[in-house]
Design a protein around this ligand. Structure first.
Ligand SMILES: *Cc1c(COP(=O)(O)O)cnc(C)c1O
Length: 240
């Protein structure tokens, strides 16, 4: 087995163990492979090992990678890849995102959501969207403050070519499990409150995108339904 295939298997085992420890079903947490800075060959290796969902931060880099992967020869029956944009989105990049991605986890302003909806090609299904929230006031990070998230969710849920799916957060690094869990739990509580708000357009609000290589276990305990793992699958990233 390849290194990436082996890493994937270990992460899946870790997810299954964390789910069991948290009394959750083994398939209740999806795995997003974060392939930023890694080339198309690494993505291909992961895809051949059964991984279907890939996360990218840098939009131009991602679009080039997608084009190369589309041109490759694939085994018969190989499922298509699903692409998730998880990085900050400038206004001048919304068209690329709307045209090339299946999911966006990093919407934190209504203006960006409106552009994504307007620019989503009619030939594609609605863009699946998570709102990025900022649970700890981290100064360098994007994300809507928790107290503004419900209003943003209500507005985004009205946009015709988007489907609001949930929340995403990138907490500051915490020193231990308890610290990680406490922040994740705040996001989970907000997620539950929005889901229970009865706002229209929330029928598919089912995704809590929480947890990375360093805090998978705390995120699963707190209720994450999708973890975003880069280093744990692809290894150490070079500087970009
Ligand atoms: C890079 C990145 C990840 C993956 O982080 P790892 O520590 O490599 O697992 C997850 N989410 C976001 C938003 C990222 O930018």
């Amino acid at each position: 087995m390849t290194m990436i295939g082996n890493n994937l298997q270990q992460i899946r085992t870790r997810l299954a163990q964390a789910s069991a420890a948290a009394d959750r079903a083994p398939d209740s947490v999806a795995l997003l492979a974060v392939s930023k800075t890694f080339g198309p060959e690494a993505v291909r290796e992961a895809a051949l090992a059964g991984q279907q969902d890939f996360g990218e931060n840098y939009i131009q880099e991602a679009v080039e990678k997608m084009a190369i992967l589309r041109e490759m020869d694939w085994p018969a029956g190989q499922p298509g890849l699903r692409w998730h944009c998880i990085g900050p989105i400038q206004s001048n990049k919304t068209r690329l995102v709307a045209e090339h991605f299946d999911w966006v986890h990093s919407v934190d302003r209504l203006k960006i959501a409106q552009r994504l909806s307007e620019q989503r090609p009619a030939s594609l299904p609605p863009l699946q969207v998570c709102l990025q929230v900022n649970p700890d006031g981290g100064v360098n990070k994007s994300g809507v403050p928790l107290e503004e998230a419900l209003a943003l969710a209500q507005a985004v849920a009205q946009l015709p070519n988007l489907q609001l799916r949930g929340l995403m957060a990138i907490p500051e690094e915490a020193p231990d499990f308890a610290g990680q869990y406490a922040v994740h739990r705040r996001v989970k509580q907000l997620f539950d409150a929005i889901a229970a708000s009865g706002a229209p357009g929330l029928a598919a609000f089912d995704t809590l995108s929480l947890g990375m290589t360093a805090d998978i276990d705390a995120a699963v305990h707190a209720g994450s339904t999708l973890v975003r793992v880069g280093r744990g699958i692809f290894g150490v990233r070079g500087q970009r």
